[in-house]
Design a protein around this ligand. Structure first.
Ligand code: MSP
Length: 628
């Protein structure tokens, strides 16, 4: 037993969370839950990156302050983590005071080391990456990493002597072979550093949304120096209470996407070396999720929102799919088809059928009693368990789960070979079923990090007390009473599912026909009606759209997300009287712009003398509740 400190990247608040963000956080949650089950003193940190130019610009575009934008988006992240059963111990926001204290404490140490100086700088700058790039790396006016447009920026700036750390970094990579994982990423990082490191600009005067440089407040700190420090500021570093820092730092694993490797594997260790603080043990750069083989992007309109999948199938299924479908280090492609196939094959079929068949037999033959068994599965089970631990030690969730699923198919075979249904109520059948039940208990323990709900259901139904790995004992003498497990993961009829899921283009043509051709009021079928999602929303902010007498811009809370909705209700209502009211909204209306302000839904209203009259519920309903 030891300690385990794991972190996710902190997410930018200029955009809403999607499947890619969910993936990284689910991975981290998986490792955190595993280490808790190993009895390790575990700490799991996630949070949001709220400063910098991206956030400032998006807020300006929306006509709100960066703080308002951050507050809106942060709750979306927090709600998504709740939905996905993420078990983080802390959530840090870089706008918190404890964070800026930590950043400034690190900066002070870097300055004391003589590693920070002021100079003037001019060069190509990428707003998206928030980075300067050397002239030679710019191709057609685009940044070398992602092809974003760059502009020439001239700034007086504070610099960090990154060049001084080239050798120490190379030494680190050769001494700590898996400082960066997987190995291919280690090679990328090494060759980047071998090419030579330039000093790094760590302040900006062109933006103001950030932590001011002490003593020279027209500069704010470079967003990456600010952001990376979250891993220690969240432990109280710099805030006068070092208890958590002493207990958990250095981090055991910074889990990140491959795109932000350089920041974590070059800049961050260099900052820490300069400050004289210990270095993290591993930085793991995971691969990306694409959608149907394409990169997810707003302009392609193919960003996958995990929420509808979780609403329909539960968080266990999404968590399992993401960890099992692709190796952690490589890219993978999300598709509805692959998702449903995995659910049907691995979950409904393999584990679901095994659990229901076994518990039904136990119930029918022995009133559910599980006894000592005959040890016939012990060796295979313990071997499988050790393969699982090996894979977990190498941070390979897909492989770890594959070992479990291979074992499940062995168990299905075991039942087929021993045919307990053909020898009801015999000692042989009792041994077979009890043995299989012990194996299922071990499976529940191993899937607990990925599917906490299913694992809990199995444990409870088998009557075993949940155990930690170190306490797990195959020969546990306790006799328990089990109950039937039915339909752990209901099978999805693929045909029906795909008949219901319409492509966005199809939905658009349908709408056109509706509005252009059906002038008389036609009857709609219940299925057509169900396409319109109506939900209760609580208005949490309201203000007039400038230069409009009618339009009011509202921020509406729907439980799992806040949305901006514009309504033409400003002649009848004042913004102040709307705040706090819960009203019905059309939830799945196409976004539209009203006087340049985006609206993502529609408030419903009656009509009195041509004026809209708002509707309310007879009883309080929680924000987000469906209206049918
Ligand atoms: N704010 C920085 C991180 C600072 S950490 C000190 C940032 N934020 S981000 O919101 O843009 O990205 C956060 C993480 O999401 C990154 O690790 C990134 O790799 C990951 N992903 C974004 N899109 C993704 C996919 N499509 N697939 C998998 N992960 C992806 O970078």
């Amino acid at each position: 037993m030891g300690k385990f400190y794991i972190t996710t990247p902190i997410y930018y608040v200029n955009d809403n969370p999607h499947l890619g963000h969910a993936y990284c956080t689910i991975l981290a949650d998986f490792f955190a839950r595993y280490h808790r089950l190993m009895g390790d003193d575990t700490r799991f940190l996630t949070g949001t990156d709220e400063h910098g130019q991206k956030v400032q610009k998006t807020a300006e575009k929306e006509g709100i302050t960066p703080r308002q934008l951050a507050d809106r988006v942060v709750s979306r992240y927090q709600n998504l983590w709740k939905k996905l059963d993420i078990s983080h111990d802390d959530f840090i926001r870089t706008t918190e005071e404890r964070h800026s204290k930590g950043v400034l404490a690190i900066l002070k140490l870097m300055e004391e080391k003589g590693d920070v100086y002021k100079a003037s700088y001019e060069g190509p700058y990428c707003v998206n990456c928030e980075s300067f790039f050397p002239e030679k790396d710019i191709v057609d006016g685009k940044c070398p990493d992602f092809g974003h447009p760059v502009t020439v920026l001239k700034e007086e700036s504070y610099f960090f002597k990154l060049s001084k750390y080239q050798e120490p970094l190379l030494k680190l990579y050769s001494e700590q072979k898996n400082f960066v994982m997987p190995e291919s990423r280690m090679n990328e990082v090494r060759s980047f550093v071998e090419k030579g490191l330039k000093d790094l600009s760590i302040s900006r005067t062109s933006i103001h949304w950030g932590i001011p440089m002490p003593g020279d407040e027209k500069h704010v700190l470079y967003v990456w120096l600010d952001a990376l420090s979250n891993y220690v500021s969240a432990l109280g570093y710099g805030s006068g209470d070092d208890k958590l820092y002493n207990e958990f730092w250095p981090a055991d694993l910074h889990l990140i996407g491959k795109d932000i490797l350089r920041f974590h594997a070059v800049y961050w260790p260099a900052f820490l070396m300069s400050a004289g603080l210990p270095l993290p043990k591993h930085v793991f750069g995971h691969g990306w999720w694409m959608k149907d083989q394409n990169k997810m992007s707003k302009s392609l309109g193919n960003i996958v929102d995990p929420v509808p999948y979780v609403d329909q199938f539960g968080s266990d299924v999404m968590r399992y799919f993401l960890l099992r479908e692709k190796p952690i280090g490589t890219d993978g492609s999300f598709s509805d088809e692959a998702f449903i196939d995995r659910l049907n094959a691995d979950l409904a079929n393999d584990i679901g059928n095994f659990a229901s068949r076994l518990t039904a037999l136990l119930d029918m033959q022995f009133e559910g009693k599980i006894t000592a068994g005959d040890g016939s599965l012990k060796e295979a089970a313990l071997k499988q368990l050790s393969d699982y631990h090996d894979a977990m030690g190498k941070f390979q969730p897909k492989e770890a789960l594959e070992f479990v699923w291979t074992f499940i198919s062995q168990l299905n075979k075991y039942l087929v070979e021993r045919e307990p249904w053909a020898k009801p109520k015999t000692k042989e059948s009792e041994d077979t079923l009890s043995e299989a039940a012990r194996a299922l208990r071990l499976i529940a323990l191993q899937i607990a990090p990925v599917m906490p709900h299913a694992a809990g259901t199995i444990m409870k139904s088998l009557g075993f007390r949940p155990a930690l790995f170190p306490q797990f004992n195959w020969d546990d003498p306790q006799e328990t009473r089990s109950y039937r497990i039915s339909n752990l993961f209901p099978r999805v009829d693929k045909k029906e599912y795909f008949a219901d899921v319409k492509k966005p283009e199809e939905q658009k043509t349908e709408k056109k026909v509706d509005t252009e051709e059906k002038v008389e009021q036609p009857l709609v079928t219940i299925d057509e009606f169900r396409k319109i999602v109506l939900r209760a929303g609580k208005i949490i902010q309201a203000e007039r759209v400038p230069k409009s007498s009618k339009l009011i811009r509202m921020i509406v809370d729907f439980g799992d997300e806040n949305r901006q909705i514009v309504g033409g209700i400003g002649k009848k209502y004042q913004p102040e009287e709307l705040v706090g009211k819960t009203c019905p909204f059309v939830f799945n209306l196409e976004p539209a712009k009203l006087m340049g302000v985006e609206s993502n839904g529609m408030i419903m209203a009656g009509n009195l003398d041509g004026e809209p009259i708002l509707l309310q519920f007879l009883e309080d309903v929680p924000p987000g509740s469906k209206i049918s």
